[in-house]
Design a protein. Sequence first.
Length: 381
Amino acid sequence: MNKNSPRSAAHRLWALALTAVFILGAGATVMSVTSVIAKRAAQSDDLAPAPAQEVRTLTVEQAHSYTVERQFFGQVEAGRTATVSFERVGNIIDIPVEEGDRVDKGDVLARLDTRVLEANQQRLDASRQAIEARVELARLTTDRQNNLRNRGFASEQALDQARLELAELNARLAETRASLAQIAVELDQSVLTAPFDARVASRSLDEGMTASPQQTLLTLLEQTKPVLRVGIDPELIDSITLADTLEATIAGQSRKATVKALRPDLDARSKTRTLLLTLDDTQAVIGETGYVTLQQRIEETGLRVPTAALQEGVRGLWTVMTVIDGQDGQQQVAVEAVEIIHADDDWAYVRGTLPPGSRVIAVGPHRVVPGQVVRIRDATS
């Protein structure tokens, strides 16, 4: 077939025509899109610039000291503790209290068998009465002998004998009375009573057992005035005086505590001074752990900023965002590096490149960057 035939020429003409039409259509499309973009760009030039972001600032001033809350732990103790025991040997016949019981001052805690003592008391009382009768007789005899001697009917020897017999009987009477007094003391010692209002902490003996002198029968813990014993830093002692009211925390509850005593010696292990605090809560459990909160003033120059204004920096430093006045009169964001001296939940005491009087962005410093234009809202000092 001949390549230069009329059909081949027609195909080439159609291909050239279609190519020309495609090129013309693409050019028109490009011109149309360009026109639209140019119009939109012209419209955007007429739009107002975005408003400056609002920030809340706090003006910081230089301080020369800051206050730290320190907690010192200790243990709740009974105001008074007594280990009760008998002072004489005897058989226990009654212990009317159990562990955990409350007792009032003067309540009977235990009794010993006193039958032997009571029998001796009766015997000595009878002997006392007999001696008293003999003393009366000896006194009358002495008086008679003295009258007879004065009249010359009695010798000096008879009078002396009557006087000495009277003296001997008075001595025996005094001895008997002393024995009765001793029995009265032993009878009194045979009954144990509570020395103060307390709760029975422990019981070591039971009825029927023999009590020995100084053998512990009961342990009593005073409940009316529990004491919190804590070790305090010696540097804070000068700020505490007797009868001061401090804040103590026991079992998560805050209680008022009054300074009762301050020991003068230093604890060898903890190197602290022992402080005794009387609690106003009689329900505090003996042996429970508690702590007292004290304020310590530390002299050091720095600035106080909100912890929300801090952002972590590099090499252990922190940064704060501040607002400064730019050259064009606009307010711009700047950054300062600081070191934290002390911090709590809400505030931090810092030092660094932050000058006094700076306007620190107190809330949301992460939402701005250095050099950004901002507008201050709700400035405080």
